[in-house]
Design a protein around this ligand. Structure first.
Ligand SMILES: [Zn+2]
Length: 342
């Protein structure tokens, strides 16, 4: 094949191949194939021009330069095309539609129980009470004995408990904390103690085996039942509204004497009678009473000198009343659809 023929063939090969290159790497490989310093096809042909007979050399040289320039031009065009293609591809893939709605990250919120607990705490903090916590696993002594509930006392059934090994149990009431506090300090004592309690209750709309209580205790000289009434009246107004009225009904707890359950007039129907107050116009919100002298003696306080009152309420019950819930279980299921309503 003459050099002229070789040049023409190379040109048509280059025309066919270069346009097919679709990446920078392919185009680089082709460049080496045609222009490579050692074995490039065009380089090899050009090297042979010197062996062409002298009279043909000018026309061969001219064609060689033409072909070289044409192939270089083809490379240039194809490189530009590859660059544009990759740019367009990137632009298409990175396109941002600013009209799309944003992604909404739902903010967290305070659970109804915690919100209720906080409100109760705030009211008592405003009355000068401090907040203390105690152990959830208790000994029989703190959970019962020291609270004037000796073994075989029938009222132990009021607190059907989860017993652990070696005489320990999951506390069935936060009242056990009263004892811890009074053992550690002398009067005056003015505390509330919020926390979890556990009882072996069958689960239904108003019972759950785990629940929260807030216990309160005040002991000092000359504390009377009217201090109890005044304090809990203030609490009821602070918690349920300044127009609330309270009523104290006689009740029984082993660790208080006398004992009273605290009622507020129904804040749902304003006392007219509704489903929440079972048409009585009154809602029971907590138990209370004057600390039993036995309890004071158990912690080394002199009942002749010191008196006090205690009260305790179920946080779930207060939350259910506040948010008009009729099933305690919704407070523990953590169903987002339910919680979102508040
Ligand atoms: Zn009512």
């Amino acid at each position: 094949m003459s050099v002229l023929e070789q040049l023409n063939q190379l040109r048509s090969e280059a025309e066919g191949e270069i346009v097919k290159a679709s990446s920078q790497q392919e185009i680089d490989e082709l460049w080496v194939r045609f222009f490579g310093r050692k074995a490039g096809e065009l380089t090899t042909i050009l090297r042979g021009v010197k062996d062409v007979p002298a009279e043909e050399r000018p026309s061969v040289g001219k064609l060689a330069n033409e072909v070289k320039a044409q192939i270089e031009e083809l490379f240039k065009i194809q490189k530009e095309r590859i660059y544009q293609d990759s740019l367009n591809e990137r632009l298409a893939s990175e396109k941002i539609d600013v009209t799309l709605p944003g992604v909404w990250n739902k903010p967290g919120r305070i659970h109804l129980l915690n919100a209720t607990m906080r409100r109760i705490k705030e009211v008592f903090k405003g009355l000068g009470y401090s907040v203390v916590s105690g152990p959830e696993v208790e000994t029989d002594y703190y959970n019962f004995e020291a609270l004037n509930i000796p073994a075989n006392h029938p009222s132990r059934e009021m607190w059907d408990s989860f017993f652990l090994r070696e005489g320990l149990l999951m506390r069935s009431q936060t009242s056990s904390n009263q004892i811890h506090v009074m053992e550690k300090q002398d009067p005056p004592v003015r505390i509330i103690s919020p926390g979890k309690c556990y009882r072996r209750d069958s689960v239904d709309a108003t019972h759950f085996w785990e629940f929260h209580q807030i216990e309160g205790l005040l002991v000092d000289e000359k504390v009377t039942f009217s201090d109890l009434k005044g304090t809990l009246e203030l609490f009821a107004k602070g918690m349920f509204g300044s127009r609330r009225k309270t009523r104290f009904n006689p009740s029984y707890f082993p660790f208080t004497e006398p004992s009273a359950e605290v009622m507020v007039d129904c804040f749902v129907c304003e006392g007219k009678g509704c489903r929440v107050c079972k048409n009585s116009g009154w809602i029971e919100i907590m138990g209370s009473g004057m600390v039993h002298p036995h309890v004071l003696r158990n912690v080394g306080y002199d009942p002749e000198k010191y008196t006090g009152f205690a009260f305790g309420m179920g946080v779930e019950r207060v939350a259910m009343l506040t948010y008009a819930l009729d099933d305690i279980r919704v407070l523990f299921e953590n169903d987002q659809r339910f919680l979102d309503q508040f």
